[in-house]
Design a binder for this molecule. Structure first.
Ligand SMILES: C[S@@+](CC[C@H](N)C(=O)[O-])C[C@H]1O[C@@H](n2cnc3c(N)ncnc32)[C@H](O)[C@@H]1O
Length: 276
């Protein structure tokens, strides 16, 4: 995928990507072994994929997945015909991504780059991705502001940035729900929304904080805010198992209700880099 598109590694990026096997773009979202379930995030990304495909007039949509891990988002998007660059700090995750891409037959559309979001411009050419993903990333990075500025700069003007991040208020409720009242109090009191020193996450965000970060710090225009895992986190497994389609439909309805966003395990935002 060294075709000069903005999601390609810049010269200083270390590419560990595979090459060679050609898979047939389906134009639809194909599932691979990760079986990412249909949910509101996927629906929003599919809609953005179709918008970008129209803008690209037949050229492949360029996706940059930062902190993309083993490719649970990247590989299905490549199977749909996107060219996807995954930047991640973990060589093990990139190796797993490469294996998944081989098994899905999409190695010609997936590139794995060892790099860091804080220095993203060293790994990929800025301003060249139609869609930038930062899923499960902002809660683990050291410098939040730097990370969002870098993600925004990676998008082509008019392109989109998709952020999926742990929700702060739902974490407090989840701790209380599990009987860990002290941790629930700590999540509420801690500006970073952590439940203690052993918390594996650096932070959790609320809607206001996330919106402010993307708009004021990164200069993006927020177009969509929705809750992911809003219902499934709270319902007993037996209820979901009894009617998975019904709970899925209800969760889709609830995902966009602003008053319910605080209950969502993860917040999803789609924001756009202003066109010139
Ligand atoms: C929770 S996983 C999310 C994986 C994937 N995006 C998903 O949603 O399934 C976080 C990923 O971010 C990567 N990561 C952590 N810090 C990073 C950084 N500073 N720059 C780039 N990737 C980073 C980790 O190696 C890991 O693969």
């Amino acid at each position: 995928m060294s075709n000069g598109d903005g999601a390609s590694p810049a010269r200083s990026g270390r590419s560990v990507g595979p090459s060679g096997v050609t898979g047939a773009p389906s134009g639809a979202w194909a599932d691979d072994e990760s079986r990412v379930p249909e949910n509101v995030v996927r629906q929003a990304l599919r809609a953005e994929f179709h918008r970008a495909r129209e803008r690209r007039a037949g050229q492949p949509v360029r996706v940059l997945d930062v902190g993309g891990g083993s490719g649970s988002w990247a590989v299905p998007m490549a199977a749909a015909g996107c060219t996807v660059t995954v930047v991640d700090t973990s060589p093990d995750a990139l190796a797993a991504l490469r294996g998944r891409a081989v098994r899905a037959g999409v190695t010609d559309r997936v590139r794995a780059v060892h790099g860091d979001v804080h220095t993203l411009a060293d790994a990929v050419v800025p301003g060249g991705a139609d869609l930038v993903l930062g899923h499960g990333l902002l809660e683990v990075v050291d410098e939040l502001s730097t990370a969002v500025v870098q993600l925004a700069a990676a998008a082509v003007p008019g392109g989109a940035v998709s952020i999926l991040v742990a929700g702060r208020h739902a974490a407090a409720l989840a701790q209380a729900h599990a009987g860990r009242l002290a941790q629930a109090r700590t999540v509420l009191a801690d500006p970073a929304g952590r439940w203690g020193d052993a918390d594996p996450l650096q932070r959790r965000l609320d809607v206001g904080g996330l919106r402010g970060l993307l708009e004021s710090v990164a200069g993006l225009s927020v177009e969509l805010v929705q809750g992911d895992g809003l219902l499934h986190g709270w319902l007993p497994a037996s209820v979901v198992e009894a009617d998975p389609a019904g709970t899925g439909e209800l969760e889709t309805l609830m995902a966009g209700v602003p008053e319910l966003l605080a209950l969502a395990a993860r917040l999803h935002v789609l924001a756009r880099r202003p066109a010139p």
